[in-house]
Design a protein around this ligand. Structure first.
Ligand code: PEP
Length: 250
């Protein structure tokens, strides 16, 4: 099984920082081709660095590291100041689009309906959607996680034909486990959500990933949870050494 191990850099890194990360990542993977037999790496830089990172990683047809955009609008073009579309992300070199991260839902009004529109546009243009889902702390505390996750995922993927669903990646990222203000999830807290997600989506989507305070300390045990087919990482992979370490662990 190929494990998807990737990172979003969020609103971090200049173009030159991104260039040197991508350059060094490509060189490191050229030295360790056997890693790619079990791992599919992906990186999701800020828009400003997409083209540069794409150039460093090489042409998409031969690229070993997949490249994603952090968001994209559902319309192809038009009067949407400040947005970029899926064809524009593809033109800049992206082959994936991250959709529905909890920060987009919380701060920028992303809804289940907008995630559905973005997934559809991403698939229509031949890119891979990385759909992020996850519940807030209060939902977890009252025992409503499974229902919440299924609502988010079913809503975003509603009506997709089987072949298109088969290209989707889902990242389960509990909001309470994300970032410096979050706390790492215990394996026991993740078993049931992954059981529920696997029952509904395993073998139907491309892969189910886990994200939220992943680090070298917990990556192996997270990957051991039934249903987890990859990791989506923030802080621990923003330095290349950290990311390479996680690729080794996977
Ligand atoms: C995230 O924000 O999606 C994330 C997984 O971040 P971190 O790994 O830093 O918790």
């Amino acid at each position: 099984m190929t494990r998807w191990i990737g990172t979003s850099w969020k609103m971090n890194k200049t173009v030159s920082e991104a260039r040197s990360y991508a350059h060094d990542l490509r060189s490191a993977l050229e030295q360790r081709p056997e890693l790619l037999e079990r791992v599919q790496p992906f990186i999701i830089p800020p828009y400003t660095a997409l083209t540069t990172v794409a150039q460093e990683l090489g042409p998409s047809s031969t690229r070993t590291v997949r490249l994603g955009a952090q968001n994209a609008h559902w319309e192809d073009s038009g009067a949407w100041t400040g947005e970029i579309s899926v064809p524009q992300a593809a033109d800049a070199g992206a082959t994936m689009v991250e959709i529905g991260h909890s920060e987009r839902r919380e701060h920028f009004g992303e809804t289940v309906e907008t995630t559905r529109l973005k997934v559809a546009s991403t698939l229509r243009h031949g890119l891979v959607p990385l759909l992020c889902i996850g519940e807030p702390a209060e939902v977890q505390e009252r025992g409503g996680t499974s229902e919440y996750l299924l609502d988010q995922a079913r809503g975003a993927l509603r009506g997709l034909p089987e072949d298109q669903l088969g290209r989707v990646l889902i990242a389960y990222e509990p909001i309470w486990a994300i970032g410096a203000q979050g706390r790492p999830a215990k394996v026991a807290e993740l078993r049931e959500p992954f059981e529920v997600l696997s029952e509904e989506f395993s073998g139907k989507v491309q892969a189910l990933l886990y994200g939220g305070s992943v680090s070298a300390d917990n990556a192996a045990e997270l990957l051991g949870i039934p249903g987890v087919e990859g990791l989506f990482v923030g802080r621990a992979a923003w330095r290349l050494e950290g990311y390479l370490n996680l690729l080794e662990i996977a």
